[in-house]
Design a protein around this ligand. Structure first.
Ligand code: ADP
Ligand code: GLC
Length: 496
């Protein structure tokens, strides 16, 4: 049994801006089910504290003249303990965890997530009075990047694992911030937290963690090259013996077409009738024409370039000529939001757009759509293509990152062995995306073939079981690496 402190900036169902929350709300449960002792550490955001029931103050600690509280609760619907870091004026504002109402990052984000890291270190070293010392501190994304460097020199420290969910967001701040945070001067180095004369939180994880991983094997390879490395490719190549990829699982209880309380008509692989009814419900909900047999295409996600939403927009003039309808749910760049709204106004019975974040609608879309479009330029893992397959919705994906690892193309070979579960295309170009749409439509016209694709996707195992076991193996490797580095440190200090 391993004791794991899982440090994250968001966790479903408490707070979610993207897939990190889904992972933080499901991997700890899977690890617990496998007999491990996992505690989640996250900020006590205003919205979380307002909603959370049965929460109490576990400890109060003093740090640099301020009083910090660690509240304790359970992740709703589970027995997993959550610790929430609170300091007046720091995390207690309402709304998005990273951005103010103007859409800009909070000016004190560096201070906020440095605080989260410092508390992770205190708990990691069993210094807050919990009488619980983790074997491993599992850090996630840049918000937790300062944990491995701050733990590095501490005697008896736990091992550290740093998971990259998205290398494009690195937590980069001006040099003055480094000074303001009072970080040890030795970290101001190209080999530590400095990145082109700026402070980079993510580098802390990449340089100092005993083990680094990312959320799919393909992305783990891609980020060591120039196209996807976001400037970190050299460093990641240097650490390639400590870098691996573990594909995300999904919460198969929350995303279960047979028992999903957020969809009107449950269904399963042996009875797809409910899927047709969900399609009708979705069309009605979105004001789309429900009198034809057109294929219903859908897309859910952040409206940013990463997700290839611009490619979808670029082919809309062609899509409206085809026998298909389109539902888009998302929020993000204003220019994409505006363009999509204009298209929905022009073709109200063919294109429907819902701007904003809507958990319930996202389930209805997965349940009711025929095809899910995910033409990402890069995708560390991606979750919606897995939700789609589980709900019998055929994904069209670009062959990158986790999309490449979780969808099998409907080529002749894969179809012959019954393994095809979607349409996979290579280049981020309008012509390839359009070609993929046409391939999907052709298969949609052949009901037997289409059903095979659907059923192959529904039969896939996207549960956390295998990946959680891989994380446990990674924790063991991290502990062994930590032991080795401690020995080296001891022998260095003995010979000094
Ligand atoms: P990323 O984390 O890069 O945004 P993922 O595919 O890993 O992408 O995860 C995104 C998660 O957020 C999925 O669970 C998806 O359903 C959800 N999501 C994204 N946008 C919305 C939205 N507008 N409404 C509801 N859920 C959304
Ligand atoms: C990031 C990535 C996404 C991944 C998610 C969870 O937000 O963009 O691909 O699925 O993290 O790991």
């Amino acid at each position: 049994m391993k004791k794991i402190l899982f440090v994250t900036s968001e966790a479903y169902p408490l707070i979610k801006t993207g897939g990190l929350a889904d992972v933080s709300g499901s991997l700890p449960l899977a690890l617990t089910a496998q007999g491990h002792d996992v505690r989640i550490l996250m900020p006590a955001y205003g919205d979380v504290m307002a909603e959370l029931e049965n929460v109490h103050t576990a400890v109060r600690i003093k740090q640099a003249n301020s009083l910090i509280e660690i509240a304790e609760a359970h992740l709703p619907g589970s027995g997993v303990k959550v610790w929430l870091v609170a300091q007046p004026g720091v995390f207690d504002r309402r709304g998005n965890p990273y951005l103010g109402a103007d859409g800009q990052p909070w000016a004190d984000n560096a201070e906020r997530f440095a605080l989260l890291a410092r508390i992770a270190v205190e708990i990691g070293l069993n210094r807050v009075g919990f009488r619980w010392k983790p074997d491993v501190v599992h850090c996630n994304d840049w918000q937790t990047g300062l944990v491995p460097p701050l733990l590095e020199d501490e005697p008896g420290r736990p091992a550290t694992v740093f998971t990259i969910h998205n290398l494009a967001y690195q937590g980069v701040f001006p040099k003055e911030t480094f000074k303001r945070l009072g970080l040890p001067q030795r970290f101001w180095s190209y080999n530590a937290l400095e990145f082109y004369d700026q402070l980079c939180f993510m580098k802390g994880g990449l340089v100092f963690a005993d083990r680094v991983n990312t959320v799919s094997p393909t992305y783990a390879t891609e980020i060591q090259g120039d196209e996807f490395g976001c400037g970190m490719q050299g460093l990641l190549r240097q650490r390639s013996d400590r870098l691996s990829g573990i594909i995300n699982g999904i919460d198969t209880a929350a995303w279960n077409p047979e028992g999903d309380p957020l969809i009107p008509h449950p269904f399963n692989a042996t009875n797809l009738a409910g899927k047709r009814l969900n399609k009708a419900a979705l069309r009605q909900r979105m004001g789309l024409d429900d009198s034809n047999s057109d294929a219903l295409f859908a897309s859910i996600g952040r409206l940013v370039q990463q997700k290839g939403i611009d490619l979808i927009i670029d082919i809309l003039p062609e899509l409206v000529k085809l026998p298909l309808q389109m539902v888009i749910l998302g929020s993000g760049d204003k220019r994409y939001e505006q363009t999509l709204s204009q298209w929905a106004k022009l073709y109200p019975d063919r294109i429907a757009v819902s701007l904003g974040y809507d958990e319930r609608l996202s389930h209805l879309i997965e349940a009711g759509a025929d095809v899910f479009l995910m033409p990402s330029r890069f995708e560390p893992c991606g979750l919606n293509q897995m939700y789609s397959q589980r709900y019998g919705t055929v994904p069209i994906v670009r062959q990158v990152g986790g999309l490449a690892d979780t969808v099998s193309d409907a080529n002749a070979t894969n179809r012959a062995c019954g393994n095809a579960s979607g349409i996979v295309f290579r280049d981020a170009s309008e012509s390839e995306l359009l070609d993929a749409v046409l391939r999907a439509l052709a298969l949609y016209q052949e009901p037997t073939e289409w059903e095979k694709l659907r059923l192959a996707g529904m039969a896939r195992d996207f549960s956390w079981q295998k990946s959680a076991a891989q994380y446990v193996s990674l924790y063991k490797l991290a502990i062994a690496d930590r032991n080795r580095s401690t020995k080296t440190m001891l022998s260095l200090s003995a010979s000094a």
